[in-house]
Design a protein around this ligand. Structure first.
Ligand SMILES: NC(=O)c1ccc[n+]([C@@H]2O[C@H](COP(=O)([O-])OP(=O)(O)OC[C@H]3O[C@@H](n4cnc5c(N)ncnc54)[C@H](O)[C@@H]3O)[C@@H](O)[C@H]2O)c1
Length: 425
């Protein structure tokens, strides 16, 4: 469905969905006051005048606000989806029709289309890339070396993308600065923890409408996303088991009051499994074999590799769609395993992703990270850069202000005390 409106190339499902998208984007904006302030400033200062920018992100109402802010700042921006199942088609339509932002994303696009969209994004010859999972940056580094000199820098949204960028750095192929948005405190403390926590359960509930109270819920990985998912699963009355490979994270889970078990022991006990590790094959054939009949498995980690669905598919006698985003794999033993959201991010495939209030801070980091790259063009060595601490703190301050929450400030005596070593017992 490639199309050209009078001026704009795009590939979205249906421009007729724009009115609904517009309404939903407006609704999300109510919870995004920090990004709104940034957008108003960008509109005056035009920090991105003359800059070609590509954003590979989940095409949601919140991403729409980021794109609108970047365009207000003068960017020639183009958007593609960072996941084949996460696109909100109405939002994509509104961005094209109402904001004249080219979007190449359709919910349910196949892998080939997804990869073609990555190529289209690179054909835009970006100076700045906002990436979520590092697919665009990895393709640039591998296949578009002739474009490396165009790049001012990139920003990365998620943990898995940061892992890939570190690997590129170790291999000596990262030849430009990249802003580590994920590790900003105002990003992962809130987005990964509370955002993933709430929206993962939201996705499970929308896909299945099952009662969570009383269910044994196994959360694989007790990182930021795992902590949020386990916390919220317990809040819904689940009896939560955590699996980990890191001894410190495992102790943390124990002291937070969760049972910690290896997956082999958790597998026969769980009614519902959530993977959020960023790792591959966390749930494997030997685990499927011992699961209860009707056990449900889903993933909220970045890629659809955490559950070994290939092996499950090879084992299954039959795979049947039993609800939207819900497939039953019938095994030769007579038991079934239920897979939600095809093993892709459940919060974005079956629900709407993170609530706007957390994305307000994540995308404030993205917007300011891009501005930092442009302001420091030519001055930064290749490598991974943290969002500057003062920017991170400013975002938190603006968020608190918008929430109407005041906090204390240090007295001069306290500042003096905190900077001295002479006063002890
Ligand atoms: N669903 C979303 O919207 C969303 C949002 C943010 C991040 N993510 C993604 O979620 C994943 C996790 O992100 P995070 O920020 O929590 O990362 P993290 O690094 O903080 O946590 C991952 C945890 O998984 C553990 N782990 C690794 N392999 C494991 C295994 N085989 N079994 C059990 N535990 C294992 C690690 O020890 C670590 O504690 C990443 O892929 C990230 O990109 C998804």
């Amino acid at each position: 469905m490639t199309a050209t409106t009078p001026r704009l190339k795009h590939e979205v499902k249906d421009l007729g969905l724009a009115a609904l998208g517009r309404q939903r984007i407006e609704w999300a904006g109510r919870e995004m006051p920090v990004l709104k302030q940034i957008r108003d400033r960008f509109a005056k200062e035009k920090p991105f005048a003359g800059i070609r920018l590509v954003a590979c992100s989940h095409i949601t109402t919140e991403t729409a606000h980021l794109a609108i802010a970047l365009k207000a700042g003068g960017a020639d921006a183009l958007l593609i989806a960072s996941n084949p199942l996460s696109t909100q088609d109405d939002v994509a339509a509104s961005l094209v029709a109402d904001h004249e932002i080219p979007v190449f994303a359709i919910k349910g696009e196949d892998d080939e289309t997804y990869k073609r969209h990555v190529e289209i994004a690179l054909d835009h010859r970006p100076n700045i890339i906002i990436d979520d999972g590092s697919d665009v940056v990895a393709t640039l580094v591998k296949d578009r070396k002739n474009q490396l000199s165009d790049i001012i820098g990139t920003t990365e949204e998620t943990t898995t993308g940061i892992v890939r960028l570190r690997a590129m750095l170790n291999d000596g192929v990262l030849s430009f600065p990249s802003m580590n948005v994920n590790d900003a405190d105002t990003k992962h403390f809130f987005d990964n923890r509370y955002g993933t926590g709430q929206s993962t359960l939201d996705g499970i509930i929308r896909a299945t409408n099952v009662l969570l109270a009383g269910k044994c819920i196994v959360v694989a990985g007790y990182g930021w996303c795992g902590k949020g998912s386990a916390l919220r699963a317990r809040g819904m009355g689940g009896n939560v088991i955590v699996t980990e490979i890191d001894p410190i994270r495992a102790i943390e889970a124990v002291m937070d009051g969760f049972r910690v078990l290896p997956m082999a022991e958790a597998a026969p006990q769980g009614d519902l499994f959530i993977t959020v590790t960023g790792n591959k094959h966390v749930i494997r054939p030997e685990h499927f074999d011992v699961m209860k009949d009707g056990a449900m498995v889903c993933n909220s980690g970045h890629f659809d590799i955490e559950i070994d669905l290939k092996s499950l598919g090879a084992k299954a006698k039959e795979v049947k769609e039993v609800r939207n985003f819900t497939q039953e794999y019938k095994l030769p033993s007579g038991k079934s395993v239920i897979v939600l959201g095809e093993g892709r991010l459940i919060n974005l495939s079956a629900a709407e992703g993170h609530p706007s209030a957390v994305m307000d801070m994540s995308f404030a980091n993205q917007a300011l990270g891009c501005e930092y790259l442009v302001k420091n063009k030519g001055k930064l060595e290749p490598g991974l850069y943290s969002i500057p601490e003062d920017v991170d703190k400013d975002i938190a301050r603006l968020k608190l202000e918008a929430m109407g929450i005041k906090i204390d400030t240090l007295t001069s005596a306290q500042i003096e005390y905190m900077n001295s070593w002479t006063s002890g017992t």
